[in-house]
Ligand binder design. Structure first.
Ligand code: TPP
Ligand code: MG
Length: 325
């Protein structure tokens, strides 16, 4: 499987953007069950990183994980059905937005507990090392996560055991409603802490999908070649609130305007235009994606609720539940 070209990366980012915009609209209509955290504005990290992974590789994300699952190939209808509480949900309707998981696509889950998945990523990487599978694990998390003990424990363990794992901090500069600069004693939450674990200081523009592909690609290649873990800080911005229920009024208007100019989709459009791709071609791709998603939403909304008989399946790892009652 070859690495996708720039137009394919644009198409994938466009898909993530329009998918989440549709989710936002459905949320506002009261059709989405449970909370929703959107990654609008952060698409280049998910798409750029996924573009360098092979099917057998593992990735994990946070409650802001729709894009990370879709970028690994999780089917959009199953993700949408999960959010809308309809049959065919990717977790059978038992996960919801914050727990999107698709092991079949190498996406080992979205985690609502901040930092909880970093040690899990170490476990996957350790298994790969012991079994010599040659697979790499990529773990996404936010800037606020770098103040959680599990972050330090996981990065330390990975460095000491030289595990094939790439930690990708999506620094969107906020942890819920708090600017990250107010709660860390260094300028950069991940990059400025890398030296404590003997790792290189790696910073990438997280709104530049080509740069993300390059930097994460190098880190993944190093992990695969036995050179151990990396800690990448991808600087980005969420264009909406912490959750879909948050209007984000705490953010200075100039700051939002500045980041809107750095929108990853606009950036990629500009790069493609400079390389000779006609704007009309990109508009056509966008229009087709929007139409496809509108049709998909109608189709998923027309489905019945999940069958209650499935409520107890996939709950315990050994498949059993009756003896626990
Ligand atoms: C252990 C734990 N503490 C607190 C929370 C509440 N909480 C949910 S999201 C969040 C902020 C996380 O910020 P960051 O890691 O930057 O991720 P972002 O939401 O910006 O993607 C907090 C504190 C939680 N879910 N888990
Ligand atoms: Mg954050």
């Amino acid at each position: 499987m070859g690495v996708p070209d720039d137009l394919e990366l644009f198409t994938q980012m466009c898909f993530l953007r329009r998918f989440e915009e549709r989710v936002d609209a459905l949320y506002r209509q009261g059709r989405v069950h449970g909370p929703v955290h959107l990654g609008l504005g952060q698409e280049a990290v998910a798409v750029g990183a996924a573009s360098v992974l092979s099917p057998g590789d593992c990735s994990l994300g946070t409650y802001r994980g729709h894009g990370h699952a879709l970028a690994r190939g999780a089917p959009a209808d199953a993700v949408l059905a999960e959010l809308l509480g309809r049959a065919g949900g990717i977790c059978g309707g038992k996960g919801g937005s914050m727990h999107i998981t698709s092991v079949a696509h190498g996406y080992y889950g979205s985690y609502a507990i901040v930092g909880a998945h970093l040690p899990v990523a170490c476990g996957l990487a350790w298994a790969a090392k012991i079994r010599r599978t040659g697979t790499v694990t990529v773990c996404f998390f936010g800037d606020g996560t770098t103040n959680i003990g599990a972050f330090h424990e996981a990065v330390n363990l990975a460095a000491v055991w030289r595990l094939p794992v790439v930690f990708v901090c999506e620094n969107n500069w906020y942890m819920e409603y708090t600017p990250i600069g107010e709660v860390i004693p260094v300028a950069l939450p991940a990059a400025d802490r890398a030296a404590a674990y003997g790792l290189d200081r790696i910073v990438v523009n997280g709104n530049d999908v080509i740069a993300v592909r390059q930097v994460v690609g190098d880190a993944v290649a190093a992990a695969r070649d036995g050179h151990g873990p990396s800690l990448v800080e991808a600087q980005t911005y969420r264009l909406t609130g912490h959750s879909a229920a948050d209007g984000a009024a705490y953010r200075p208007a100039e700051e939002v305007a500045r980041w809107r100019e750095q929108d990853p989709l606009l950036r990629t459009r500009a790069a493609l235009a400079a390389a000779g791709t006609a704007a009309e071609k990109l508009d056509e791709i966008d229009a087709r994606i929007k139409a496809d998603l509108a049709a998909l939403a109608r189709q998923v909304l027309a489905r019945p609720a999940p069958d209650p008989a499935g409520a107890w399946t996939d709950v315990w790892s050994d498949g059993s539940w009756q003896w626990r009652n």
